[in-house]
Design a binder for this molecule. Structure first.
Ligand code: NAD
Length: 253
């Protein structure tokens, strides 16, 4: 028996990277899992895919209605869908700001609003948002991305406050750099992707990027019905980036 037995979880952006690792981990623990994604093809058989674009309210509402119709309940929402962005404020135009904030921030608000009526009926409702160390750390060339994740942190606290009396918990995870296709695409935008990847590995005090499965473990902790007193928190899964100040490693150590 697992505490997730009988629950229904919905993971946005669950066809790749952290979302896929989370959806698989939830299913392995006994949850029924719906994956909402632009392209939910090729999912393992234990996951049920639904096409949705979190930047479009009608698409979100239709997909959430389809999930509710299929499973009859929704207990857990993982707001994971998000995109990367590279550049300073001079390098990102208005269209890029709108695109990133629309997906990374308003997408979570749209999804949450659509799922809340289902969560109110759950005995153990939980929302987990994907934040980032970029919310509280100034990372080079991440102006729009960092601003989007700062907004996710504030949104998490605001939503946790609004819904605590309804028994709905809202938390976020703040990963360091995680080895996913998202990072591969971001690296391709740099002049020297190999040097940038080495810098990303070195930025973690642990000396390596975080794995999607390590982030999934933190998400499951926050989503678990057993974590009933944990709300309005950010759980760092960052290889020590936020709190540790280590000396540079010697090569090979
Ligand atoms: P990924 O690119 O591997 O997967 C993202 C998934 O989201 C894809 O399946 C994509 O199709 C889906 N998606 C994108 N836009 C969508 C939209 N408009 N509607 C629906 N689905 C959409 O990314 P990842 O690295 O697994 O990142 C997932 C989340 O974790 C993001 O919110 C990201 O900001 C956050 N995060 C990632 C890292 C990292 O280093 N990889 C670090 C901190 C936070």
């Amino acid at each position: 028996m697992s505490e997730f037995d009988g629950t229904v979880a919905l993971v946005t952006g669950g066809a790749s990277g952290i979302g896929l690792a989370t959806a698989k981990a939830l299913a392995a623990e006994g949850a029924q899992v719906a994956v909402l994604d632009l392209n939910p093809e090729g999912l393992p058989s234990e996951l049920t895919g639904f096409v949705a674009d979190v930047s479009d309210r009608a698409s979100v509402d239709a997909a959430v209605a389809a999930v509710g119709e299929k499973f009859g309940r929704i207990d857990i929402l993982v707001n994971n869908a998000g995109i990367s962005a590279v550049g300073t404020v001079e390098e990102n135009d208005d269209a890029e700001w709108m695109r990133v904030l629309n997906i990374n921030v308003i997408g979570m608000a749209r999804m949450s609003a659509a799922v809340l009526p289902w969560l109110r009926k759950s005995p153990s409702a939980s929302i987990v948002n994907l934040c980032s160390i970029a919310a509280l750390n100034g990372l080079p060339q991440r102006a729009v991305y960092g601003a989007s994740k700062g907004a996710v942190l504030a949104l998490t606290f605001a939503m946790a406050t609004d819904h605590v009396a309804e028994g709905i918990r809202v938390n976020c995870v703040s990963p360091g750099t995680v080895a996913t296709p998202f990072v591969d695409r971001m690296l391709a935008k740099f002049d020297d992707p190999v040097a940038e990847r080495a810098a990303l590995d070195a930025r973690q005090a642990t000396g390596r990027m975080v794995t999607p499965e390590e982030v999934a473990g933190a998400i499951l902790y926050l989503a678990s019905p057993l974590s009933a007193s944990t709300t309005g928190t950010s759980l760092e899964v960052d290889g020590g980036v936020h709190n540790l100040r280590v000396r540079p490693r010697k090569s090979g150590s």
